[in-house]
Design a protein around this ligand. Structure first.
Ligand code: SF4
Ligand code: SF4
Length: 333
């Protein structure tokens, strides 16, 4: 009983899944770029269908959709996949920690690859002075508060409906694409600076600046899954604390309640003592592979539910896009 099996393999599965999602995100991005190009060239470039999955990159608009849905029952038809994915990621956080960050988010994948590169280059990753680290961690919560206050408190129902029916929301995904394909010098400088910082410091963006991660982290505190250390088997080697990408002092905790824990299983797979550290559902150790399967079931379950209930494809037509995309620069900033 209570045997923890093959954690090392579970950790490898997570990494494999993470890179598969990264490849999939790239594929969706390229397909969407081809779709947009068709309209930007007035039909001269070939037509590719629009992949609804790109709406996963619209979390702020999704918060507007969520509030509208909860208050009025109206499920946005312009970007329904955005709300489906948002709800799926919230549910994943509530049930399986910040697994979105460690399994799915392409920024998280790049972030992890960056600090691993840094570790190779410098032999280690650096840590920011403790007080400054705590202050910087606060920034992502301040950003979350700003957006939550703006949307959840500041937007009355009429403003929500106006937003969801505005041309800006219709092509918010196109604007997001343009952010990457026509990047301003300022954006480029910021991205290069963040990338360099991510090589030196583990998960710089995720740890200090990502409001989405902050939201998922707060929800993840209610998750019934927690990394748990079993003191009777622990030999106090400290390996778990040393390898934790979130810099959690696992060695000196019995249960990890931290909103920074992504459920990445790195600590567990590096523990040399069988049964000393595991992901546990309430107090019961769960095999790593089972945790990975549960995360994937939640994700596919969420997406399939959206598809089967007809909340996936946009209601916008070919003609809508033909009119809107060439005028994209006029809407918003
Ligand atoms: S405590 Fe373990 S599972 Fe949580 S972030 Fe750290 S290494 Fe990953
Ligand atoms: S890695 Fe395992 S044995 Fe070592 S301190 Fe952490 S829980 Fe204990």
């Amino acid at each position: 009983m209570n045997k923890v099996i093959n954690w090392q393999k579970a950790s490898h599965w997570r990494l494999t899944i993470q890179w598969l999602f990264f490849g999939w995100s790239l594929f969706l991005g390229i397909q969407f770029w081809l779709f947009v190009r068709h309209f930007e060239t007035m039909g001269r470039a070939g037509y590719y269908s629009r992949p609804p999955g790109v709406e996963g990159f619209l979390p702020i608009g999704s918060l507007v959709s969520l509030k509208t849905w909860l208050l009025t029952g109206y499920f946005d038809t312009v970007h329904p996949a955005a709300l489906v994915l948002f709800l799926t990621f919230l549910a994943m956080a509530l049930l399986t920690k910040k697994s979105f960050c460690s399994f799915i988010c392409p920024v998280g994948t790049l972030s992890e690859a960056s600090w691993k590169l840094g570790r190779k280059l410098f032999g280690r990753n650096f840590r920011i002075w403790r007080s400054l680290d705590l202050f910087l961690q606060f920034i992502k919560y301040a950003l979350l508060f700003f957006f939550a206050n703006l949307i959840l408190v500041g937007m009355p129902t009429v403003a929500l409906k106006e937003f969801l029916s505005a041309p800006y929301w219709a092509i918010a995904d196109v604007k997001m694409l343009h952010f990457f394909t026509s990047m301003s010098t300022t954006s480029m400088v910021v991205i290069v600076a963040l990338s360099l910082l991510s090589v030196v410091y583990k998960n710089f963006w995720c740890r200090y600046l990502c409001p989405y991660g902050a939201l998922l982290g707060l929800l993840s505190m209610f998750s019934p899954f927690k990394v748990s250390r079993f003191q009777d088997k622990c030999i106090d080697c400290g390996a778990c604390s040393r390898v934790c990408p979130a810099q959690i002092d696992v060695q000196h905790k019995q249960k990890i309640h931290s909103p920074e824990c992504t459920g990445c299983l790195t600590c567990v797979s590096n523990c040399p003592e069988k049964g000393a550290l595991s992901m546990a559902l309430w107090k019961r150790p769960v095999p790593g592979v089972a945790f990975v399967v549960i995360v994937m079931l939640l994700f596919t379950g969420g997406v399939l539910t959206g598809m089967l209930t007809d909340h996936w494809q946009t209601s916008l037509t070919y003609d809508n896009y033909r009119q809107l995309i060439p005028m994209a620069a006029r809407f918003g900033h």
